[in-house]
Design a protein around this ligand. Sequence first.
Ligand SMILES: Cc1ncc(COP(=O)(O)O)c(C=O)c1O
Length: 457
Amino acid sequence: MQIRDSLRALVESGTLKPGTRIPSSRQLAVDIGVSRSVVVEAYDQLTAEGYLTGRRGSGTSVTGHPGDGTAASALTPPEETAPGARWDLRAGPSDSVAFPRAEWLRCATAVITGAGRQELGYAPLAGVPHARHVLTGYLGRVRGVRGRPEDLMITSGFAQGLALICRVLLDRGHTALAVEDPGHPGEREFIGQSGLRPVGVPVDDEGLDVERLAACGARAVLITPAHQFPTGVRLSRRRRQLLVDWAREVDGYVLEDDFDTGFLDPADRPPALQSLAPDRVVYAGSASKTLAPALRLGWLAGPPELMESVEHVRAGWDIGCSGIEQLTFARFVDTGAFDRHQRRLRTEFRRRRRSLRAHLDTQLPDAWLPGGDGGLQAYVRLPPHIDEQSLVRAARRRSVLLRGGRDYSVSPAESPPALVIGYAKANCAALSRGLAEVGEAYREQGEPPREPVDRST
Ligand SMILES: Cc1ncc(COP(=O)(O)O)c(C=O)c1O
C-alpha cells in the first residue's frame, strides 16, 4: 500500500510525467528491500486504476503521452490545423523548401571548422562583435540604417527585441505602446502581457495616421513603415516626417519593424525610417521571413542611451544567443549569399504576386489591393456587400485556408471586409487552384450592388 500510494501521489502531482518509465518490479524490490511480489501487486493495482501501463518487453511507464512542450507565445499562437485542407493561403513565413540549405551549411561548416575557444565560449550579451560589425555594414548598405556596431544588438528574433523594448519603456514610465490597426494580433497581446497597454491607431492609404497617434496619449509606437503588416501600405513621405517630429515632441520612441523589406524591390523601397531620426527610432529586423523562424535571429539598432538600457534589462534575462548561429549568419551575409538568396526569393514571390493579381481580376473582380507591390501577403479589400467571415468559412469548406481582415483588426465589428492572402506557402499552381475555389465561394455571396464602391484603405 505504501508503494502504491506514493507512486500514485507522484503521478498526481505531476512529478512523474506521462510516458516516464518506472523501474522494473525486480529492480524496485531490490532498491527498497521488499519481496518482488509486493511491488508486482502495487504495479498491478496502479495499472488497474489507470495510472500505469505496462507492455511486455517495454517495461512499465506512467500512462499518457509525454507533453510536447507547446505552451505557445502570444506572438505565435498555435496554427489552427485543418486536416485535409488542400491550399494554405494564410500569411506566414516562407516554405521550408526556400531555405538555402547548401549555402547555409557551407557557412556553418566554415564557422565550426574554424571555431576556437573564443567562438565556442559565451558570446557577448549584445552579440558577437564580428557579427554586429557585418550586420551594421549590411543594414547601412541596403536599408540606410545609421549607427555603430556597438549600438546594434543581436536578439533571439524580433520577439525578444520587442519584449526588451517593452520592459525598457515600462521602466521609463511609459504605460502604453501604440500599434497599427489593422496589425499583428499576436503582437498586441504580447505587448499587453508585458504590462504596456497596446493602443490601436488606424492605418489608411498613407499608412499610420500620425494625427490620431498624437491624440492617443502613447509616447511610443510600433510600426511597419516600409510595408505595413498586413495591408502592405507604405508610410507616406509626409507622414514619415510627421512621425519623427511627433517622437521628438513627446520625448518618445518609434520601434520600426522592418520584417519583410527583403521581399520588396530594392528600387522601390524607402530607406529605413531610422535613417531620418537615429535618436528616436529603434530599427528592428529579423531573419524569420527571409530565412527561417527556427534560427531565432533578430536585431535592434537604436540610440546609444536606449540600447544601454536594453542591454541592462537583458543582463537579467539571459546570456545572449548562439554565437555559432550569429557567425554563420555573418558569413552568409558577408559572402553575398544573403543577397543572392533574397534576389531568388523576390523573383519567385513577384511571380506569385502577379499570378495572384491575375486570378483576383477574374475570380474576385470587385476586390482591390490597397497596398503596394511585394512582400509575402496581399490585403484584398472586398466590396461592402460581402460578408467576410462567411466567405472565409465557405473557402474553408472548399479546402482553402485563409484569414479575413477582421482577424487583424482592433475593432473587428467596424473593420471593412477584406481577405489576407499569403503566398509564401503556395506556389503559382496552388494559388491558381485555391483562388478558383475562393472565386466560387465569392460568387455564392451574391451580386454586388450597382452604386460605386469607395476604394480607400
Ligand atoms: C509583423 C512581423 N514582425 C516580425 C516578425 C518576426 O518575428 P520573429 O523574429 O520573432 O520570428 C514576424 C513574424 O514572422 C511578423 O509577422
